[in-house]
Design a protein around this ligand. Structure first.
Ligand SMILES: [Zn+2]
Length: 165
């Protein structure tokens, strides 16, 4: 389980600019990340992890550069939870996982790689995926392209929003 919360792998958005210089989650608000972004809501967004732990690994992120839940507004809290709920529903529908990890890492000892921009991870889980990980160490071979993941999940998020689920 050590590798599960390893968002230091998320050093993938570079030079995209943003609200706080060098912050990958501020950079995620840039239209150049549209290939990875599944949903842009009013104060937050949903983005795929470029180096997913499992197929469907995504993150729900406030647009504002805020470090912890303590600093969020009521609007942000409501939308983050709404999108997290939609993400749970979308992942369940698209991948039928046997479990889902939903979590926030605050601070380096807790596993956070991006220390000052809050983000909620959702990682679909299947029986045996940790055993596989133990065998292969840090190397993860994922059968699905991110573009395919995005194509699968985007319409579900759109439908959930449209139907006000
Ligand atoms: Zn930021």
């Amino acid at each position: 389980m050590e590798h599960l919360w390893a968002p230091w792998r998320l050093k993938y958005v570079t030079g995209a600019g943003g609200i706080s210089e060098g912050c990958i989650f501020c950079a995620g608000t840039d239209p150049s990340r549209d290939d990875l972004v599944l949903v842009r809501a009013s104060v937050s967004y949903v983005i795929l992890n470029l180096y997913p732990y499992n197929n469907g690994h995504l993150m729900v992120v406030p647009k504002r550069h805020v470090a912890a839940l303590a600093g969020t507004t009521a609007d942000e809290q409501a939308e983050l939870m709404r999108l997290t709920r939609h993400a749970e529903i979308a992942l369940t529908e698209a991948y039928a996982p046997q479990g889902i990890n939903i979590g926030i890492n605050l601070g380096r000892p807790a596993g956070a790689g991006v220390l000052d921009h809050l983000h909620v991870h959702l990682v679909p889980r299947w029986n045996g995926d940790t055993n596989f990980m133990t065998v292969v160490g840090n190397v993860r071979v994922l059968p699905e392209e991110l573009s395919a993941t995005a194509a699968k999940l985007r319409p579900i998020f759109e439908r959930l929003d449209r139907d006000n689920v």
